[in-house]
Design a protein around this ligand. Structure first.
Ligand SMILES: C[S@@+](CC[C@H](N)C(=O)[O-])C[C@H]1O[C@@H](n2cnc3c(N)ncnc32)[C@H](O)[C@@H]1O
Length: 286
């Protein structure tokens, strides 16, 4: 992505979201003939990486709507990943014509504004929407008193945030994640989410999720005194204590790291400070 042109991709839409749907249609009708060549020249990764990310969360047996499908790059990649039931929607006829040539949208291709999808209610399992720069204003989660799940795995760059009207619907949705175990009720979902890396979790309201993430941002680092106290409380040698809070290296290195921290040479990292609090809490809960 060294090409400086990449910085301009979509900036027309992202920085200036108040375009009319007619302007979007015109822009993409005009740019359609050059769209795929430009994507290639600019090393556009959105369709491939976005589809691969989506495939980790959604079963390939789902009926999928590709909203803002454009020339079909996302659908093409999803097809390669085993998705067979794809429906595409886009406002630009010229982009849709390119998608049609690919012969991958078995559910059909619709010319429509995706802000008012004229699709059958409850007829689809998932919706993918990648690099669709338009007048879309986004979902306002603020003040939302509905259950919300944050799903974040070790491999993720961005957490998935899902809010649904009821616990049951959110549970069903989590059960469709390919790497999730069978989640029989809200408690099992809570327990599973709690095992994923932070900030994963199940929250009754958006505010609860916001409070949780706000707390995570407070990166309080343990002082020399905190470390000595915690180590003594746990009754561990310096090397074992270091290992318990996730500090690597051989026994001598681990010993020396904790020794230096206890002498005030440097502070424990925020990650290790968090592990320290977790180890102390786990001990209390035993
Ligand atoms: C940059 S292209 C991305 C296409 C495809 N998702 C991809 O990743 O290659 C954006 C597409 O979104 C479509 N689009 C933008 N806003 C839209 C809207 N409100 N309704 C329908 N299509 C829209 C445009 O016509 C265009 O084809």
């Amino acid at each position: 992505m060294n090409n400086p042109k990449i910085a301009n991709v979509g900036s027309n839409w992202v920085l200036n979201p108040n375009h009319t749907i007619d302007a979007i249609e015109e822009e993409f009708d005009l740019s359609a003939p050059a769209y795929e060549q430009s994507s290639f020249d600019w090393d556009y990764r959105g369709a491939d990486d976005g589809a691969a990310f989506f495939a980790r969360l959604v079963s390939p047996h789902s009926r999928v709507v590709d909203a803002g499908c454009g020339s079909g790059l996302v659908g093409q990649r999803l097809g390669e990943l085993g998705f067979g039931d794809l429906t595409g929607c886009d406002i630009s006829s010229a982009m849709l014509a390119l998608a049609r040539e690919k012969n991958i949208y078995s559910g059909g291709l619709y010319k429509t504004d995706i802000q008012a999808l004229p699709l059958e209610a409850n007829g689809y399992g998932a919706l993918v929407c990648i690099a669709v720069f338009s007048a879309y204003t986004g979902i306002n989660l603020k003040g939302n008193a509905m259950p919300l799940a944050i799903v974040f795995t070790d491999n993720d760059i961005m957490p998935s945030i899902w809010s649904e009207d009821t616990d049951e619907i959110l549970l069903q949705r989590l059960n469709r994640i390919v790497f999730a175990p069978e989640l029989i009720d809200v408690n099992s979902a809570r327990e599973w989410l709690a095992l994923l890396p932070e900030p994963s979790g199940w929250f009754a309201t958006t505010q609860e999720a916001a409070n949780y993430t706000a707390r995570l941002k407070q990166e309080k680092r343990a002082t020399a005194e905190d470390v000595t106290q915690a180590r003594e409380k746990l009754g561990l040698s310096r090397a074992d204590f270091a290992e318990a809070i996730g500090i690597g290296g051989n026994s001598n290195t681990r010993h020396k790291t904790i020794y230096d921290i206890e002498k005030g040479k440097f502070l424990l990292s925020s990650g290790a400070s968090r592990s320290l609090r977790a180890v102390l809490t786990a001990r209390e809960l035993e």
